[in-house]
Design a protein around this ligand. Structure first.
Ligand SMILES: [Fe+2]
Length: 401
C-alpha cells in the first residue's frame, strides 16, 4: 500500500471521526486534507505505479465506473481514496451519489458546472428541464475541487492531457441522493445505470434488424414510438437516430414522438441534435492529441457562446488575441478533402476555379469575419461556407458575439 495515500487516509479518517462522520462536513474536510499535502507535489506517479504493480499489499480493488483505469489506494468502510487515470478524457455531464473532493495530480482540465432548472420527473429514471451552464473554469495541476452528492453538484470534466490523473477522496454511497443522473443538454436527465433489461434487449434486437438491413426497420421503430411510454420511447429514438438519419427517415419518426408526448417532448429534438454533436466531438478527440486542439474541442463542446469561448482562451493564453489563437488552430486543423476542404466534421466545397491555397484563404477569411463581425454580416458574404461552419461542431463559435 502506498505510504502517502495510507497517511492521507488515516488523516481523513481521524478528522472525520471527530466530526461524527457528518456527511455535510466531508467535502470540505477532504479538500483541506488534499490541499495540505497535495498529491501533485508529494507523489511520484512512476514510483506509485511501480509499487502498485509489484506489491500485493493493496486494498481490495473496486469498480466505481470512473477512470481508465481506477486504482483503489485506501479503503475504509465509510470512504475510500481512488486514483483515476484518464486516457480519452471526457466525462458525461453528471451528478454524484457520493461526496468528497477530487484533486488534479497530473494534467489540466476544463471543468464545467451546471444547474438543471424547472426540472420535472417523468419517471424515477428520466427528467426534463433546462440545463444551464453556471460556471466554466480551467483547472491546472494541483487544484482540488469539493464534490457534493445530489442535484446541487452537476458537472463535467474535459481532460486536456493524456493521461490526466486525478485523486478522489470520496464516500462509498450517500443514501437518498441518487440516481446518479447523466445530463443530455439542453433538456434531459437520465439514469445511466437503471437496469431496464427490456429496453436493453430491444436495443440489441434493433441492432440485429439494422445489421441484416431488415426492410421493415423504419416501420418497426415508428410503431415502437407510437406505443411506448416517454422513457422507453426516448431511449429508442436516441438509439436509432443515426440509422434513421442515414435512411432519411428521422424527421417523421421524431414528429411521431412529439405528437404523442406533446409539451413533455418539447426539448427532445434539441437534446438529440446536441447529443449527436457532442458524440461527434468525442469521436474526434480520439484522433486529436495536441493539448491546444483538445482545449479548443473542450470549449466548443461545453461553452455555448462565442464571447465565453474567447474569454476562456484569453485566460489560458493571456498574451495573444483569442481570435488570432482560434484562427491559428483552425489553420492547423483544416485538411484537404476530395471535394475541397474539411475542418473537423465540417465539409467545404469551392468553385473549381480556386486553387488549394485560395480555398484555404477563403475558409480562414470566412471564419475570421464570422468571429469579428458576427454571423449576420457573414451570411451575406459567403453564405454557403458560413452555413457549413454553423452546421459543424464549431457552431458555438458563431453564436451571440
Ligand atoms: Fe464527477
Amino acid at each position: 500500500m502506498n505510504s502517502y495515500f495510507e497517511q492521507l487516509g488515516r488523516t481523513v479518517q481521524q478528522r472525520w471521526q471527530q466530526k461524527n462522520f457528518s456527511l455535510e462536513a466531508f467535502p470540505e474536510l477532504a479538500r483541506i486534507a488534499l490541499d495540505e499535502a497535495p498529491p501533485s507535489e508529494n507523489v511520484d506517479i512512476e514510483e506509485m505505479v511501480q509499487e502498485f504493480l509489484a506489491n500485493d499489499d493493496q486494498p481490495i480493488q473496486g469498480q466505481s465506473g470512473f477512470g481508465q483505469p481506477e486504482l483503489l489506494a485506501f479503503n475504509d468502510p465509510r470512504f475510500y481514496i481512488q486514483i483515476l487515470f484518464w486516457m480519452e478524457g471526457t466525462t458525461d455531464i453528471h451528478q454524484h451519489e457520493f461526496s468528497g473532493a477530487f484533486h488534479l495530480m497530473q494534467g489540466s482540465s476544463v471543468h464545467s458546472e451546471f444547474d438543471f432548472v424547472g426540472a420535472q420527473s417523468v419517471t424515477p429514471h428520466i427528467r426534463v428541464g433546462d440545463l444551464r451552464l453556471k460556471k466554466i473554469e480551467l483547472l491546472e495541476t494541483g487544484r482540488t475541487v469539493p464534490i457534493t452528492s445530489g442535484r446541487e453538484c452537476i458537472h463535467s470534466l474535459f481532460h486536456l492531457d493524456t493521461p490526466s490523473v486525478t485523486v478522489v477522496v470520496r464516500t462509498h454511497h450517500d443514501p437518498g441522493t441518487g440516481p446518479q443522473y447523466n445530463y443530455l443538454p439542453p433538456h434531459i436527465a437520465i439514469d445511466p445505470i437503471q437496469a431496464d433489461a427490456l429496453t436493453m434487449r430491444r436495443k440489441q434486437l434493433l441492432d440485429v434488424l439494422e445489421t441484416i438491413e431488415y426492410e421493415g426497420y423504419v416501420a418497426q421503430v415508428s410503431g415502437m414510438i407510437e406505443s411506448l411510454d416517454f422513457e422507453r420511447g426516448f431511449n429508442t429514438l436516441h438509439h436509432t437516430m443515426d440509422r434513421l438519419q442515414a435512411l432519411g427517415e428521422w424527421q417523421p419518426v421524431l414528429a411521431k414522438f412529439q405528437q404523442k408526448h406533446g409539451e413533455l417532448a418539447e426539448g427532445v429534438p434539441a437534446t438529440l441534435a446536441e447529443s449527436l454533436r457532442r458524440d461527434t466531438i468525442t469521436q474526434m478527440r480520439y484522433q486529436i492529441d495536441n493539448p491546444e486542439h483538445r482545449f479548443f474541442l473542450a470549449l466548443v463542446m461545453n461553452v455555448e457562446k462565442s464571447k465565453d469561448i474567447q474569454a476562456l482562451i484569453s485566460e489560458r493564453f493571456p498574451n495573444q488575441s483569442p481570435i488570432e489563437t482560434i484562427l491559428g488552430w483552425v489553420e492547423e486543423l483544416i485538411e484537404p478533402a476530395e471535394f475541397g476542404l474539411s475542418l473537423l466534421d465540417g465539409a467545404f466545397a469551392f468553385p473549381e476555379s480556386l486553387d488549394i491555397q485560395e480555398q484555404y484563404d477563403l475558409l480562414i477569411d470566412t471564419v475570421r469575419h464570422a468571429l469579428e463581425q458576427g454571423s449576420e454580416s457573414e451570411t451575406a458574404k459567403h453564405p454557403e461556407i458560413h452555413a457549413a461552419l454553423s452546421g459543424s461542431c464549431l457552431r458555438p463559435l458563431f453564436r451571440e458575439i
